[in-house]
Design a protein around this ligand. Structure first.
Ligand code: G16
Length: 544
């Protein structure tokens, strides 16, 4: 008897438009009958049969992960994939999916994760689709998935496909094989190729390196334990909150100063390790701390670019660098000093892939706690930790000294982000519309005692495929080296979140407290956008 393939009649959902990175909804929304299945089928429909050879599937361990993985595998078999690679326990970090796609030459991968969004039964779930280069689906593919989802009338599933995903092994079903793999092994190999592990081991063995890594009960626990403790010899207990939990232990695995308070407290001690770090739900973000010192993601990117020769992967030199538009311009200064290109892209890792594939960049990063290199097509939390450890090993300097030196050489972009969460969607859209109109006529306008010297709505023309992306945030440049950027988040699941990015360039006297220093400009930015008038909200919910 052949394998039963069920052809299930379904009704399309109208709201399956992917955001900045995949489709994110509450677990409740994802649990509606057919919601998950429809979206997975819509992804598969974008792949012609000849591109259904190999698929990678795994997630960050949050609530609904296992169930969604089982459904995805049964649907992948029914849709004709010949090999489906899944991480044991349905676990795979986002960078590990990217790594497996590339090393196994798969046609794509499905990441079951809402990334840094909260987990648990009352939290969020999400699905990201990565294409054959290992990177997040570009906008053209996401639009095709969305178009498919609005017309979908049937999906296919093979109900007999049930696999024990708790241990590595292979399971055959008619013409398909489901291969359950160790979630860490392939990723570890990728990192072994791009770092000097012996050097790092020596650093830990001789006490020149020390680290505290908070996995926030999300996916990176098993990866960090194996890499940092078992392989590189960081002392036992260096990795904390290492067991992935469905609700992330009640924490919010978005590694910023607000959510990683315990780590920040730990790193405040004079005896703290040299490096403190944390990652997010699916392991692609990073938080970098020194003893009593926070490194903004923008400064982290600039320091890495500055010390590229300390990282074996970049020893031949950086081809170029890139940052998302709202990320501070610190790395631009480093690139200019090195004489290499610096690209400014819209927010979203997908915009970096073409630049990597065309060999135009080797390193990139975003203010949203993401950094990555040309070894993968995803941002990579643990890679960034090893990058910093490599720089510490090479220079023998502290984290704070490295950042201070960056500021001394290039000046400091004092950077803050003000988030206004849970805004009414229509009100937020009206405010952005007003602001676009304002920006169109803002040049040489005086606001209080300041002048706006330039303003625009950011648009991007991809230098490789010439694709255009419009409406990617509003920028105002003031006459005193201040830049204000406004954009709406594309990763939330309820209402709208407005982000204001405030950047103030100082050439001298750089040792200021960023929050205090940017407070006045934050208020100015809120006044310009008339946030209270449009939304009734008068203060940000989070300042980072
Ligand atoms: C995702 C993307 C990032 C992007 C971030 C922005 O991060 O992968 O490239 O910078 O969203 O988020 P927002 O639109 O909320 O500002 P992640 O880690 O959530 O996948």
């Amino acid at each position: 008897m052949g394998l039963e393939i069920k052809d299930v009649a379904t009704t399309p959902f109208t709201d399956q438009k992917p955001g900045t990175s995949g489709l994110r909804r509450s677990v409740k929304q994802f649990s509606q009958p057919g919601y998950l299945e429809n979206f997975i089928q819509s992804i598969f429909n974008t792949l012609p049969m000849e591109r259904r050879n190999m698929l990678v599937v795994g997630g960050d361990g949050r609530y609904f992960n296992r169930q969604a993985a089982a459904t995805t595998i049964a649907m992948a078999v029914a849709n004709g994939f010949s090999r489906i690679i899944v991480g044991c326990g349905a676990l795979l970090s986002t960078p590990a999916v990217s790594s497996l796609i590339r090393s196994r030459r798969a046609d794509g991968g499905i990441v079951l994760s809402a990334s840094h969004n909260p987990g648990g039964i009352n939290g969020d779930f999400g699905i990201k689709f990565n294409t054959a280069n290992g990177g997040p689906a570009p906008d053209t593919v996401s639009e095709e998935i969305f178009r498919n989802s609005r017309q979908l009338t049937r999906y296919f599933i093979a109900p007999q496909v049930q696999v024990n995903i708790n241990l590595p092994g292979e399971f055959s079903f008619a013409d398909s094989v489901v291969e359950v793999v160790d979630p860490v092994a392939d990723y570890r190999q990728t990192l072994e190729h791009v770092f000097d592990f012996d050097r790092l081991r020596e650093g830990f063995a001789k006490g020149r390196l020390s680290v505290r890594f908070d996995a926030m009960h999300a996916i990176t626990g098993p990866y960090a334990r194996e890499l940092l403790e078992d392989c590189l010899g960081a002392c036992s207990g260096s990795v904390v909150n290492a067991e992935p939990r469905e609700d992330f232990g009640g924490q919010h695995p978005d590694p910023n100063l607000g959510n990683a308070k315990t780590l920040v407290g730990f790193m405040a001690a004079k005896t703290a390790p040299l490096l403190g770090a944390a990652s997010d739900g699916d392991g692609d973000r990073n938080l970098i701390l020194g003893r009593q010192f926070f490194v903004t993601p923008s400064d982290s990117l600039a320091v890495i670019a500055e010390h590229a020769n300390a990282i074996p992967q970049f020893r031949a030199g950086l081809a170029g660098v890139a940052r998302s538009m709202p990320t501070s311009r610190a790395v631009d200064r480093v690139a200019a000093a090195k004489g290499i290109d610096c690209f400014e892209t819209p927010t979203g890792w997908k915009f970096f892939s073409n630049l990597f594939d065309a060999g135009k960049i080797s390193l990139c990063g975003e203010e949203s706690f993401g950094t990555g290199g040309d070894h993968l097509r995803e941002k990579d939390g643990l890679w960034t930790v090893l990058v910093w450890l490599s720089i510490l090993a090479e220079t023998g300097e502290s984290v704070s000294a490295l950042v201070q030196r960056l500021w001394h050489h290039h000046g400091r972009f004092v950077y803050s982000r003000h988030d206004f969460d849970h805004l009414d969607t229509d009100q937020a859209a009206a405010m952005m519309m007003y602001l676009s109109g304002f920006a169109a006529n803002a040049k040489r306008t005086h606001i209080k005692d300041r002048q706006i010297v330039a303003a625009d709505v950011f648009r991007y023309i991809d230098p490789v495929d010439h694709g255009e992306s419009h409406n990617q945030g509003i920028r105002l440049f003031l006459d005193d080296d201040v830049r204000l950027v406004y954009r709406l988040s594309g990763t939330g699941t309820a209402g709208a979140t407005l982000r204001i990015y405030i950047e103030n360039y100082l050439r001298d006297n750089v040792n200021v407290d960023a929050r205090q220093f940017n407070r006045g400009n934050g208020q100015l930015a809120a006044d310009i956008a008339r946030i209270e008038h449009f939304t009734g909200v008068c203060a940000p919910s989070l300042v980072t």
